[in-house]
Write a protein that binds this ligand. Sequence first.
Ligand code: ATP
Ligand code: MG
Length: 270
Amino acid sequence: MAIAAESQAGEKPSSEVSAASDKQRRWNLSDFDIGKPLGRGKFGHVYLAREKKSNHIVALKVLFKTQLKQSQVEHQLRREVEIQSHLRHPNILRLYGYFYDQTRVYLILEYAAKGELYKELQKCKFFSEKRAATYISSLARALIYCHAKHVIHRDIKPENLLIGAQGELKIADFGWSVHTFNRRRTMCGTLDYLPPEMVESVEHDASVDIWSLGVLCYEFLYGVPPFEAKEHSDTYRRIIKVDLKFPSKPIVSSSAKDLISQVKLLLVAV
Ligand code: ATP
Ligand code: MG
């Protein structure tokens, strides 16, 4: 994968795609052939694209600066780019780089050929235990990798998961993610003066993703999230109470139910 050889998010790859002389040159739109639209996001559109020199297929996410400014999410986007471009894991969507012009910001993303997991779940209603287990173990491996790097995703849900050409799960959308190490450093300067509950806050924060993993496991197997209710306030109440119920249909093995319940116990203990 030639395009994957770059060292910094905004820089061109140092080998194969481009000669060493343009190492520091930034990407621009003329480096790509633009193909069919893949989807629409809140702030712009996503297109299939091909990097001309390497023929590498990517997804190009085009964001409008005016919309980013209006919604005051420039900071969030910067963080997303900074975090996602440094992650290298088979189950995390690669962000190869970015560039911008006067009106738009472009993100060069790994292309997930089979699209959104959310749509698959809607189509199938719910997944078999085997399929759910494959997704959950991929997600767990990706989250272990992120957490080891002090990155917490904080927005794990079916809409943010894409599927690659081989059916492999890819975590996308790091818009809500945080780098806890940076945050703690900027907040407190040094760890030495922190009380135990704050020193442990990394694990505590990371538990947000583990919780989502349990919720997702339930949703994969039953087709609906566990705390769903008509009113937002009822969902809130059910979450607070950890009001977890397993419907009789579809039939789910006791070991899968046990796994979901263990997540609950784990979090209550934190
Ligand atoms: P936002 O993230 O701004 O809330 P969103 O999640 O609705 O918006 P995007 O992430 O911008 O939208 O993507 C829009 C759609 O484009 C996705 O729902 C998906 O179908 C498609 N898409 C996005 N990225 C890729 C990709 N890397 N590979 C294939 N399809 C993609
Ligand atoms: Mg998204």
